[in-house]
Design a protein around this ligand. Structure first.
Ligand code: AMP
Length: 341
């Protein structure tokens, strides 16, 4: 019997609950330290206990997954903890397109794909010397905003970078990515593209709450100026957002452009869930600084269905369950190779 497997973190609960609701077997690759937590949830049929998620590429773990006809659902933890090469070497079928995950992890490839999709991206700054506007400095990969910082000029950049190196937050020879800071209302646009139906669905929007940039905005400027702490963008949680209806047409266009660009650049394209992340400015113009080519943790806020999915489906459907349904439909029509890599 086909099972749905994922790593115990990020959005694993909604993914496995959704799979169970679709009558599929569920497997969690679980770190020992989290076993007690995940045993609380009766919809998890099997736990593969590991010391570290890296073991998912080991023969032992791979053969258990193979025996259980598993389809592995990738999420942010897989990307954060493994190199693209390691992910690509996984033998278990991965839901969506594992090759596009490299494009998510590498900042330069990411920018290329976003430009190909005509997404309005903030200007990159290749040399700290050229910083003449407020910029945000980022690390490679899905670091979840940890160790990011803002800088107004080269001197500011060097001071903050050195401080973070001395605090051990970033390493001395780490290549950082600098990009103009885009101010506005945060909006993380969540989509699902079905290669079976050849249709794009808009699922929902979330906002991220990031510490301690958010904490900083809650104290008066007098205290802000006295603080020598470099505020980080470490994601703590997410909250829902609905957009003005007049923005929806453009949202669908951006999603479709992204799907088209991915089809051209990285076969078999952007299959399954993905997210376009950015801000709306005062003219409701969107600037996109990021995409995720797999399910995002922001979908956790809609475990019981999202406002936009309630317009498309007559039942509450989480993103996890939507994925499981795609797997089920593919199994029934013998098209699993169309939705996995
Ligand atoms: P990322 O890893 O690119 O998703 O960035 C983490 C967080 O940093 C985002 O959720 C935003 O709050 C912030 N951020 C990233 N890039 C920009 C940008 N160009 N302008 C403004 N905020 C940004």
């Amino acid at each position: 019997m086909t099972s749905i497997a994922t790593l115990g973190s990020h959005c694993s609960l909604q993914v496995l609950k959704g799979a169970k609701d679709e009558d599929l077997k569920t497997i969690l690759v679980c770190e020992k330290k989290r076993e007690r937590l995940y045993r609380r949830f009766p919809f998890i049929d099997k736990l593969i206990i590991v010391d570290s998620f890296k073991e998912v590429i080991d023969q032992k773990c791979q053969s258990i997954l193979e025996k259980n006809d598993a389809v592995l659902i990738p999420h942010g933890t897989l990307i954060a903890q493994m190199s693209s090469k390691e992910i690509e070497s996984i033998k278990t079928p991965i839901f969506g397109n594992k090759w596009i995950l490299r494009w998510e992890s590498d900042r330069n490839m990411k920018e290329k794909l976003m430009r190909e999709a005509n997404l309005p991206v903030p200007k990159p700054v290749s040399n700290p010397k050229d910083i003449d506007k407020l910029v945000i400095v980022k690390r490679q990969g899905a670091a979840g905003g940890k160790g990011y910082f803002m800088a107004a000029n080269e001197e500011d950049y060097n001071t903050k970078r050195n401080q973070l190196v001395s605090e051990g937050v970033i390493s001395k020879d780490e290549t950082l990515y600098i990009q103009e800071y885009a101010a506005g209302v945060l909006a993380y646009l969540q989509f699902f593209y079905s290669p079976l139906k050849e249709e794009l669905e808009f699922f929902g929007v979330d906002q991220r709450h990031e510490s301690d940039i958010e904490g900083l905005s809650r104290i008066p400027s007098e205290q802000q100026l006295k603080s020598d702490k470099v505020p980080s963008f470490n994601v703590i949680g997410n909250s829902p957002l609905v957009l003005r209806e007049s923005l929806l047409d453009e949202v669908y266009n951006m999603g479709e452009n992204f799907v088209d660009a991915a089809k051209k650049i990285v076969a078999p394209g952007m299959n399954g869930p993905f997210c376009i992340e950015g801000v709306y400015d005062e003219n409701a113009k969107f600037t996109s600084f990021e995409f995720s080519a797999r399910i995002v943790a922001g979908t956790n806020i809609y475990m019981d269905g999202s406002p936009y999915y309630s317009l498309l489906f007559d039942e509450p459907l989480s993103m996890g369950r939507r994925i499981a349904r795609e797997v089920k439909t593919a199994l029934e029509s013998n098209q699993l190779d169309k939705i996995t890599t």
